[in-house]
Design a protein around this ligand. Structure first.
Ligand code: NAP
Length: 387
C-alpha cells in the first residue's frame, strides 16, 4: 500500500484498493468494538451532545459531480494492473509491473473506476455471480486472467464465497488489485449477527477485508421488531466494520429513497453504494438522482435484464447499427448513464464479449431510445412494498 492519498477529485481518480487517509488499517477481524475514531466526512447527521464536533457534511455531489460518460470516461484510468492483451482488442489481462496510464483515453479494454465516498474507487464493470447455476469456476478464472475483470460481486446468499476463494487464488491476481463485494443476508441482520456474518464471509472468501459489504435487502423479517429498527441496528454494525477497516466501503442493496431517508435519520454514515436493479426496462431515475445528490454510488444489477433485454427489437437494431452484440449495447448503455454494472455469465466467451465495451460510444439519441424503454418491470426483486 502506498502512503495515504486524499479524497479523489473528479478528474483525479484513484485505483481500486487505494487507501484513504481517513481509514484505519484493516485488522484480522476480531475484537470489534464501538468507539474507535470515525471518518469525519459523509456523515448523515450532526454529532450528539458530548461528541466531538465534526465538520459539516461536504455535500460531495456538488463537489464531485456524478460521472457522466462518455466524456469523463476518457479521463478515468483503467483499473490497477490492467493492460491490453496481445491480439485481443478490447480485452485486458493483469500485469502488475505496469499501471495502464490511460488518463486522457479509456484505453482499449481498460476498465475505468469511479470514486466512492469512502476514498476508494470501484471499477465500473464487474462480474456477477449467483446461486442456481450462476457460478462457474473456469469462467471466473478466465475473467480474472484474460478479461481484466477486477471487480467481483457475490453474496452469502449465492453460496459461492468459498468457491471464489479458490478461483481468485488460481487466477494469480493479487488481493490488493481486486474489488470484492459481498452481501449480508437478512437471516444475519442485527448488530452482533452482522459483525459475525461479515467475518464469516471474509473467512469463506479467504480475505482479511471486503472492498464493499452490502445489506442485501431492506426487509428484515425479525418478529417483534420493525424493519426500520433492524436496518438501523444492522447499519450500526456495518459502520463499525467500516471504522475498523474490515470493510473498506459499506452500502445497501435494493434500498428505495424511503429506506435511505430512514437510515439517514437513524444512523451516522451515509451508505457508499446502493446496488439496485438497472437495465433498459428498469431505470429508476429518481433513485439514481437521489443517490447522486448524496454521493452514493449507484450500482446496477441485472444489466441484461437476465437476458430479456437481449431480444428486444430496439436493442437488436442498435447492436446492428454499432456492430456490437445486444449484451454489449446494454452494458455500455449502463456505463454511459454513469452506472456501475455487474453482468453475470458462466461462459468465458460471453464474459470476454461483455468486457469489450470501452472502445465504442452510443450516440446520445440512441442512449435516449434505450432510456425510453423503461416500463417499470422487475426481473429480480421489487422492494416497493417493503416499509
Ligand atoms: N443485490 C441483489 O439483490 C442482486 C439481485 C440480482 C442480481 N445481482 C447481481 O447482479 C449480477 C447480474 O445479475 P443477473 O445474473 O441476475 O442478470 P444479468 O447479468 O442481467 O443476466 C445474466 C443472464 O444473461 C446471460 N448472459 C450473460 N452474458 C450474455 C451474453 N453476452 N449474451 C447472451 N446472454 C448472456 C447469462 O447466461 P450465462 O450465464 O449462461 O452466460 C444469464 O442467464 C448477479 O450475478 C449478482 O451478482 C444482485
Amino acid at each position: 500500500m502506498s502512503s495515504a492519498s486524499p479524497r479523489p477529485s473528479p478528474t483525479r481518480y484513484s485505483m481500486p484498493g487505494a487507501p484513504s487517509r481517513r481509514r484505519p488499517q484493516p485488522r484480522n477481524g476480531s475484537g470489534l468494538s464501538r468507539g474507535a475514531a470515525r471518518p469525519v466526512a459523509h456523515r448523515h447527521r450532526a454529532p450528539g451532545p458530548g461528541t466531538a464536533r465534526l465538520p459539516a457534511a461536504p455535500f460531495p455531489a456538488a463537489r464531485f459531480p456524478a460521472p457522466r460518460f462518455p466524456a469523463p470516461l476518457a479521463q478515468l484510468p483503467a483499473a490497477r494492473g490492467a493492460v491490453k492483451a496481445q491480439g485481443q482488442p478490447g480485452v485486458v489481462v493483469p500485469d502488475r509491473s505496469r499501471v495502464m496510464a490511460s488518463a486522457g483515453s479509456p484505453g482499449p479494454g481498460g476498465v475505468p473506476a469511479v470514486p466512492v465516498a469512502s476514498g476508494h474507487s470501484i471499477p465500473v464493470l464487474g462480474l456477477g455471480t449467483s446461486h442456481h447455476g450462476g457460478y462457474s469456476h473456469g469462467a471466473v478464472v478466465h475473467a480474472l486472467q484474460k478479461c481484466g475483470i477486477r471487480h467481483i460481486d457475490t453474496a452469502k446468499r449465492y453460496g459461492c464465497e468459498s468457491l471464489l476463494q479458490r478461483a481468485i487464488r488460481e487466477s494469480g491476481v493479487k488481493r490488493e488489485d481486486l474489488w470484492i463485494t459481498t452481501k449480508l443476508w437478512h437471516s444475519d441482520y442485527g448488530y452482533e449477527n452482522t459483525k459475525k456474518a461479515c467475518l464469516e464471509s471474509c473467512e469463506r472468501l479467504g480475505v482479511e477485508y471486503l472492498d464493499l459489504y452490502l445489506i442485501h435487502w431492506p426487509d428484515a423479517q425479525v418478529p417483534g421488531k420493525s424493519n426500520r429498527e433492524v436496518r438501523a441496528e444492522t447499519w450500526r454494525a456495518m459502520e463499525e466494520l467500516y471504522e475498523k477497516g474490515v470493510c473498506k466501503s459499506i452500502g445497501v442493496s435494493n434500498f428505495l429513497i424511503s429506506h435511505l431517508e430512514q437510515l439517514k435519520e437513524d444512523c451516522v454514515i451515509t451508505p457508499h453504494v446502493n446496488q439496485v436493479e438497472y437495465h433498459p426496462f428498469q431505470r429508476p431515475q429518481e433513485l439514481v438522482d437521489y443517490c447522486r445528490s448524496r454521493d452514493i454510488v449507484f450500482e446496477g444489477y441485472c444489466p441484461l435484464a437476465k437476458g430479456e433485454a437481449l431480444t428486444h427489437p430496439a436493442v437488436i437494431q442498435l447492436a446492428k447499427k454499432y456492430s456490437r452484440t445486444p449484451a454489449q449495447i446494454c452494458i455500455r448503455w449502463s456505463i454511459q448513464n454513469g452506472i456501475v454494472t455487474i453482468p453475470k455469465s458462466t461462459k468465458a466467451e460471453r464474459i470476454e464479449e461483455n468486457c469489450k465495451v470501452f472502445d465504442f460510444t452510443i450516440a446520445e439519441d440512441d442512449v435516449e431510445i434505450l432510456n425510453g424503454m423503461h416500463d417499470g418491470r422487475h426481473v429480480s426483486w421489487d422492494p416497493t412494498s417493503i416499509v
